[in-house]
Design a binder for this molecule. Structure first.
Ligand SMILES: NC(=O)C1=CN([C@@H]2O[C@H](COP(=O)(O)OP(=O)(O)OC[C@H]3O[C@@H](n4cnc5c(N)ncnc54)[C@H](O)[C@@H]3O)[C@@H](O)[C@H]2O)C=CC1
Ligand SMILES: O=C(O)[C@@H]1CCC=N1
Length: 268
């Protein structure tokens, strides 16, 4: 199966790199990229061929659209004249509904919407997959299999994709932000930056592993760290005082709203 990534930026590269790490042959992967320097850099780094959209449309079984939602229109115009009935289109674009692709591409084109995240780069993606109206179960399974090689996959109704985009799509950014702020706290307390970074990154990795492997609820895990009369509860009191929980609820709701807005920008 040949997979072509259309738009090889951060998420496109994460997919190519993740698939190569998972054992895909570079010869079965293609990409298109409008910036030639970027294309050359990727070919040098991964040995994957950069091609024109026409070649990608002709050769690939799966076309993965990974351009910014704001850049989708010219790509759809180009693709509309190129793709055949056997092409499966997978969109990773935040906010864009499958109906947009179905309306603009040849009648009956199968489209699958996916929201991945950048941990795909290290084989630890969370991808949520929704089938458009012409995609078959077999095509959905093909995409599930492809994405399982670079992380975890859930199949969800498309109505939940905007929420998923805010939760797991943007989620890594919020964790990185917390890590960044906690490293700053180390600096405030006079700990050398490199040491603070090591301490916090390993605390994050350890917490992530416990969340994933231990099967215990996050509340229980947090309570286990929070000794009566101990240090952690003082910190928790400050987080509560500053409304960090409400801030996260607002942040994720606002990211969801932006995903809805990105989709609306392309309504007819
Ligand atoms: N960055 C992230 O964490 C995630 C991004 N996404 C989605 O993935 C898509 C891409 O996001 P990023 O990779 O972050 O953006 P990016 O800007 O890093 O990558 C997009 C790439 O597409 C290229 N491009 C644009 N139009 C093109 C065209 N017509 N032909 C060929 N190349 C073209 C650009 O030059 C750029 O390299 C977006 O729709 C975004 O919503 C989804 C999940 C997570
Ligand atoms: O910020 C964005 O628009 C993309 C979608 C999810 C993560 N990054």
């Amino acid at each position: 199966m040949t997979v072509a990534v259309l738009g090889a930026g951060k998420i496109g590269e994460a997919l190519l790199s993740g698939l190569l790490d998972a054992g895909y042959d570079a010869g079965d992967l293609l990409f298109t990229e409008r910036h030639p320097e970027r294309a050359a850099e990727l070919t040098e780094r991964y040995g994957v061929k950069g091609v024109e959209v026409a070649e990608a449309a002709e050769r690939a079984d799966v076309l993965v659209v990974a351009v910014k939602p704001q850049d989708i229109e010219p790509l759809l115009d180009e693709l509309a004249g190129l793709i055949g009935p056997d092409s499966l289109v997978v969109s990773m674009c935040a906010g864009l509904p499958t109906s947009l692709f179905e309306r603009r591409l040849p009648a009956g084109t199968p489209v699958i919407r996916v929201m991945p995240n950048t941990p795909m780069l290290v084989g630890a993606a969370m991808s949520a997959v929704s089938a458009g109206k012409h995609a078959t179960d077999e095509q959905l399974q093909t995409v599930e299999r492809l994405l399982s090689s670079v992380g975890k996959v859930v199949v969800l109704p498309e109505s939940q994709q905007d929420a998923v985009t805010a939760l797991s799509g943007s989620g890594p950014a919020y964790f990185f932000y917390l890590v960044e702020a906690m490293i700053d706290a180390g600096i405030l307390l006079g700990v050398p930056r490199a040491v603070a970074q090591q301490l916090i990154v390993q605390a994050a990795v350890g917490a992530g592993k416990m969340l994933e492997e231990g099967g215990e609820h996050p509340v229980m895990l947090r309570e286990n760290v929070t000794s009566p009369g101990g240090t952690t509860i003082n910190g928790i009191r400050e987080l509560e005082k500053h409304g960090v929980r409400a801030a996260l609820l607002d942040a994720i709701e606002s990211a969801r709203d932006r995903s809805v807005e990105l989709g609306k920008a392309h309504e007819e």
